[in-house]
Design a binder for this molecule. Structure first.
Ligand code: KIV
Ligand code: ZN
Length: 523
């Protein structure tokens, strides 16, 4: 392999999915994983199989279905975790087990309540055990950047001796600066010369806004795998953003000399899909994928770009797939046209799913002159959300006037296939319909966040609503798409309610309760 080729390890579905409020179901995770494969990532960290039965099922489904990338499952340095991860990734074309344990004294003393000697023993046993299932084993010393380099080096030596093929150095709490991080990696290379014989990887969190800078510093110090997530999602302030590190390596290849296997034209679409399915909005000025990343406001800039794009643009928007997609359908387009348009967008939809998508498409096309690629993406992603055992919105009426408080009446189909009806007089039409849904379902869900965005420009644009709510201590998000924003909001609310209800039920099941773990290893 080219020594300057950087492996892109995507952890959107593992570290990214650990962001508060994100609750992706298996169908949604599969859709993201398939898109990550189209994007050309080298490794997909599909989840943390021991964390819950749902996590296990999703990792297994991805391992069975997604072709191309290595599929990794995360495991603490403990036998049951490793066995669960091994089972989940077993059917992948190229399975990987990623096992980890902390090497910082802060973690060893306070979190693991253990000793350095025990950590060494756990790391040895974990890598050896993982190696008995798969050839491809990654080892991470968690909180490495706050750990003693000499002790971390001893643990890494053990991991390499036991057969680890990738060694990942996490800046777990986003504490390092680029020079420190690069210096730490160089020191490890000195202490463990065998590191030259494995892939060195970087995993940086963004607590101080340095995740991408630290990842680049790591690559320049010799690392050839970058762990990152779409839109930079992840624990707390998130992980290094995939699109930023990739476009940095691509745009400044002249200066840096590195390459990746990423199909950059898929970046914008992957970002939109992850944002939609997770409910995590991309800030407008976010580098690469923010709405304004290629917008020019000042007259001088607009004038310059009109004369010659490169005057104020260092990247071409088409390179990341933001422009150049002219696919348009109208109300006369048939099922065949819809199917080929969806295929062109990378969605393989057949049978009942195609019928449902076609029905939704017709409804939208009746209300909207043209249906664009962005509308189709929103619609199909919207359709994916409905799983078995969900609430569904059947119909609603909302009376709105500026002379009396709005009143909403809704009918919802329950997971037990019963129609329930409720009504409420609220402070506003959206408040009224949300509370009417609570009344119908007899749930005391509390709204935490609500947002509505237009999918495209224009007066007849589709509205995309996003809701985060809390039910019995579980928070969950849901999204809905419609030309009618009240309908989009109500769809989003029932989906969030369904997701929250599933979480409440999973937490109540004894098997799930014992399996539910955090990233807190106990060797
Ligand atoms: O941030 C971290 O340390 C992690 C490890 C599990 C690799 O996510
Ligand atoms: Zn992490």
């Amino acid at each position: 392999m080219d020594p300057d080729r950087v492996i892109i390890f995507d952890t959107t579905l593992r570290d990214g999915e650990q962001s508060p409020g994100i609750s992706l179901n298996t169908t949604e995770k599969l859709e993201i994983a398939n898109q990550l494969a189209r994007l050309g990532v080298d490794v997909i960290e599909a989840g943390f199989p021991i964390a819950s039965p749902g996590d296990f099922e999703a990792v297994q489904a991805i391992a069975r279905e997604v072709q191309g990338p290595v599929i990794a499952g995360l495991a603490r340095a403990q036998a049951p975790d490793i066995e669960r991860a091994a089972e989940a990734v077993r059917d992948a074309e190229r399975p990987r087990i990623h096992t980890f344990i902390s090497t910082s004294d802060i973690h060893i003393e306070h979190q693991l309540q253990s000793t350095r000697e025990d950590v060494k023993g756990a790391a040895r046993a974990a890598v050896a055990h993982a190696k008995s299932f798969v050839d491809d084993v990654e080892f991470s010393p968690m909180d490495a950047t706050r750990a003693d380099a000499e002790f971390t080096a001893e643990v890494l030596q053990i991991a390499i001796d036991e057969g680890a093929t990738t060694i990942n150095i996490p800046d777990t709490v986003g504490y390092a600066t680029p020079d420190e991080y690069a210096g730490f990696l160089r020191r490890l290379y000195e202490l463990v010369p065998e590191l030259h014989g494995v892939v060195l990887s970087v995993h940086c969190h963004d607590d101080l806004g340095l995740a991408v800078a630290n990842s680049l510093a790591g690559v320049r110090a010799g690392a050839r795998q970058v762990e990152c997530a779409i839109n930079g999602i992840g624990e707390r302030a998130g992980n290094a953003s995939l699109e930023e590190i990739v476009m940095l390596l691509e745009t400044r290849a002249d200066h840096l000399g590195f390459s990746t296997g990423i199909v950059t034209r898929e970046i914008a679409r992957t970002s939109r899909m992850v944002s939609r399915l997770t409910g995590y909005v991309v800030q407008p000025n976010k580098a690469i994928v923010g709405r304004n990343a290629f917008a020019h406001e000042s007259g001088i800039h607009q004038d310059g770009v009109l004369k010659e794009r490169t005057t104020f643009e260092i990247m071409d928007a088409t390179t990341i797939g933001l422009e150049g997609n002219d696919l348009v359908l109208g109300k006369h387009s048939g099922r065949h046209a819809l199917r080929s348009a969806l295929e062109e967008l990378g969605f393989r939809i057949d049978g009942q799913a195609l019928n449902t998508a076609f029905k939704r498409f017709k409804e939208i096309a009746d209300r909207k002159k043209t249906v664009t690629a962005m509308d189709l993406e929103a619609l199909v992603t919207d359709e994916l959300r409905d799983e078995l055992r969900s609430y569904t919105l059947e119909w609603f009426d909302v009376d709105v006037s500026n002379r009396r408080p709005p009143h909403a009446r809704v009918a919802v189909r329950t997971p037990d296939d019963e129609q329930v009806v409720g009504d409420f007089t609220g402070d506003g039409p959206v408040d009224a319909i949300f509370r009417a849904i609570n009344a119908a379902t007899r749930r005391e869900a509390r709204l935490r966040e609500f947002r509505i965005d237009a999918v495209t420009g224009g007066q007849d644009a589709l509205g995309e609503a996003s809701v985060v709510l809390e039910l019995a201590g579980q928070s969950a998000s849901g999204q809905g798409v419609s030309t009618d924003i009240i309908e989009a909001a109500a769809q989003a609310y029932v989906r969030a309610l369904s997701n929250a209800e599933r979480k409440v039920q999973a937490a109540a099941e004894p098997e799930a309760a014992t399996a539910e773990v955090e990233l807190t290893p106990t060797p």
